[in-house]
Ligand binder design. Sequence first.
Ligand SMILES: [Zn+2]
Ligand SMILES: [Zn+2]
Length: 302
Amino acid sequence: MCASKIRAQVLYGPKDLKLVVRDIDAPAKDEVQVAIKSTTLCGTDLHYFTHYANGDIRIMEPLTQGHEATGIVVEVGPDVSTLKVGDRVAIEAGVPCAACEHCLAGRYNVCPKIKFRSSAASIPHFQGTLQDRINHPAQWCHKLPENLSYDEGALLEPLSVAIHSVRKANIRPKSRCLITGAGAIGLLCSAVAKSYGCEQVVMTDIASNRLEFARNNGFAEEVHTIIPNRGADVQEDLSIAQDLAEDLLALGGEPVLSRGGFDAVFECTGAESCVRVGVYAARPSSSVLLVGMGTPIQTLPM
Ligand SMILES: [Zn+2]
Ligand SMILES: [Zn+2]
């Protein structure tokens, strides 16, 4: 097959979204062409849509969004032997260089040359998955088991974020965790922590309906709706965070109080105020995982 036409969602500025028709080439020798079946939208997509930026990363040219995706292989490059037409796959959105020290050590997630779909971090931007079809390296397409739907498969990318975070936190049976942020990442961190034996999750958010969902579906035992409250200066902000942390410790109950804090904190909002609460709420010798990306420069109680 040679070049053909596809439709793509393209963001041209804040809230300036268009559907355009563009060309797609045949896949390169190590690529497959995937017809996208499902793409979930995450906080990053929303930030780009609203601000044309995510934290301190600014969009420099028109960008197609979406990076959590599944699809079906419709064409394979001549050197591809691992996949065939008709295979259902999940897309791994980050394509690393495969040659640097980090890649060779297996830590390709920190490859400085990684290109990430729908991220403005690399230039030219690596276009996202909200397109009819994409060409993607076969190495970074993972075959879906039959019992997984396309929609479920699209959640593998955020799930992998949660698995990586929970492994770093070294969660043990009977541990109690605090999770700030009840979005998809917070919920998935909870699900994975529980699979490692975590017995209690206390979850916070500014949206009480999200917390209700979390509690009703077994992602959180205790929840606390945060009412945004800014102090007059940093000192006051820190004491607000400290007071909130004490309330959360009380929600954690006797085991958390006697250990001097939570066994791990998963900060899934990126908000400076939540990171501060997390530092205050973690017990000695535990972990505060900065899972969310947000405020680029923060003042924290160290
Ligand atoms: Zn995402
Ligand atoms: Zn690399």
